[in-house]
Design a protein around this ligand. Structure first.
Ligand code: ADP
Length: 264
C-alpha cells in the first residue's frame, strides 16, 4: 500500500511516459553498446593492415630479402596501405553521416545521371569480373546531397559487380512510381542468405569474410548506404536468393522529389 495512492487517471497518464523513458534508456544503452563495438572494430580493422605493413617493411630493412623479392614485398605494402586509405575514408564518411548530415548541402540532383555516372566509373571493374551492366528508366529530379547519393549508388552497384558471377549481369533502374522515385540495383550474383539480409547493413558485417577480403571490401559500404538513407528519408528493401541474385531498392519519399517541392 502506497502512502499516497496514485489515482487511476494519473496512473494512466504516467504509464506511457514511464514506458517511453524506459525505451529511451534502452535505446541509449544500445547506442552506447554499438559505439563501443564500432571502436573495437575500427581498432582491429586498422591494426591488421598496419601490422602487415610494418612487418614487411621490417623484413625489407633487415636486408635478408633477396633482390628479386623486393618488388613483391613492395607490392604487398602498397596493397595494404591502399586498403587502409579506403578504410579511413569510409570511416570519415560514416562519422559525417552519423552527425545527421550536418553541413551537407541539399541541392537539386538528377538520380538518373548519378546512376549513369557510377556505371561509367565501374566499367573497368565490371570488365575484370566479366559482368555486364545496363541502365534503364528515366530522369528523376530530387532534392538531396549529391555526394552522399552518389556514394550510396556507387556502393550498391560496386557490390552488385563484386558479388556477381562471371558472365553475370547488373541492371539498374531509376524512375518515378506512384509512391515516389525509386532506384533498383539488381544483380544475378551469389545472393544473400535470408538470415543475413538485415545484418549486412551493420558496420563491418560481411557474409563471407574471406571472400570479402579478397574483393577488397571494408564492410562499411552498406552502412554508409543505410546512414545516407536516414538523412534523406529513403526506405531500403532487400530481395535476395542465394545462388540467384539480389535486388536492392531505394524508395525515395515523394515529398522530397524536386518536382513535388516546386508544386507546393
Ligand atoms: P563490403 O565492403 O564487404 O562489400 P558492404 O557493407 O558493402 O561491405 O556489404 C556487406 C556484405 O554484404 C558484403 O561483405 C557481402 O557479404 C554482402 N553483400 C552486399 N551486397 C551484396 C550483393 N549484391 N550480393 C551478395 N552479397 C552482398
Amino acid at each position: 500500500d502506497l502512502e499516497h495512492p496514485i489515482d487511476n487517471d494519473v496512473y494512466e497518464e504516467l504509464t506511457p511516459l514511464l514506458l517511453s523513458m524506459e525505451n529511451q534508456k534502452k535505446e541509449k544503452e544500445k547506442n552506447e553498446q554499438m559505439r563501443k563495438e564500432f571502436s573495437a572494430n575500427v581498432s582491429h580493422e586498422l591494426k591488421t593492415p598496419l601490422t602487415s605493413i610494418s612487418g614487411y617493411a621490417e623484413i625489407m630493412k633487415s636486408g635478408l630479402v633477396k633482390q628479386e623479392d623486393v618488388p613483391g614485398f613492395a607490392e604487398r605494402i602498397y596493397k595494404e596501405a591502399s586498403r587502409l586509405i579506403v578504410l579511413v575514408e569510409d570511416i570519415i564518411k560514416l562519422s559525417k553521416l552519423d552527425e545527421g548530415g550536418v553541413g551537407l548541402e541539399k541541392e537539386k540532383v538528377d538520380l538518373y545521371s548519378i546512376c549513369e555516372d557510377v556505371l561509367i566509373r565501374l566499367e573497368n571493374m565490371a570488365n575484370r569480373h566479366h559482368v555486364s551492366m545496363e541502365l534503364s528508366g528515366e530522369k528523376v529530379e530530387y532534392e538531396g546531397v549529391y555526394r552522399v547519393l552518389d556514394e550510396m549508388v556507387w556502393n550498391l552497384c560496386e557490390n552488385a559487380v563484386k558479388y556477381n558471377k562471371p558472365g553475370g549481369h547488373v541492371h539498374v533502374w531509376v524512375g518515378n512510381t506512384l509512391s515516389g522515385p525509386k532506384i533498383i540495383v539488381k544483380d544475378t550474383g551469389i545472393g544473400i542468405p535470408k538470415e543475413e539480409q538485415e545484418r549486412i547493413f551493420e558496420r563491418f558485417y560481411r557474409v563471407d569474410k574471406s571472400h570479402s577480403k579478397e574483393t577488397g571490401g571494408t564492410g562499411l559500404g552498406l552502412s554508409i548506404v543505410k546512414h545516407g538513407a536516414v538523412i534523406h528519408n529513403i526506405q531500403i528493401r532487400t530481395d535476395s536468393e542465394v545462388g540467384k541474385g539480389t535486388a536492392i531498392t531505394l524508395s525515395f519519399s515523394k515529398g522530397n522529389s524536386a518536382s513535388a517541392t516546386e508544386e507546393q
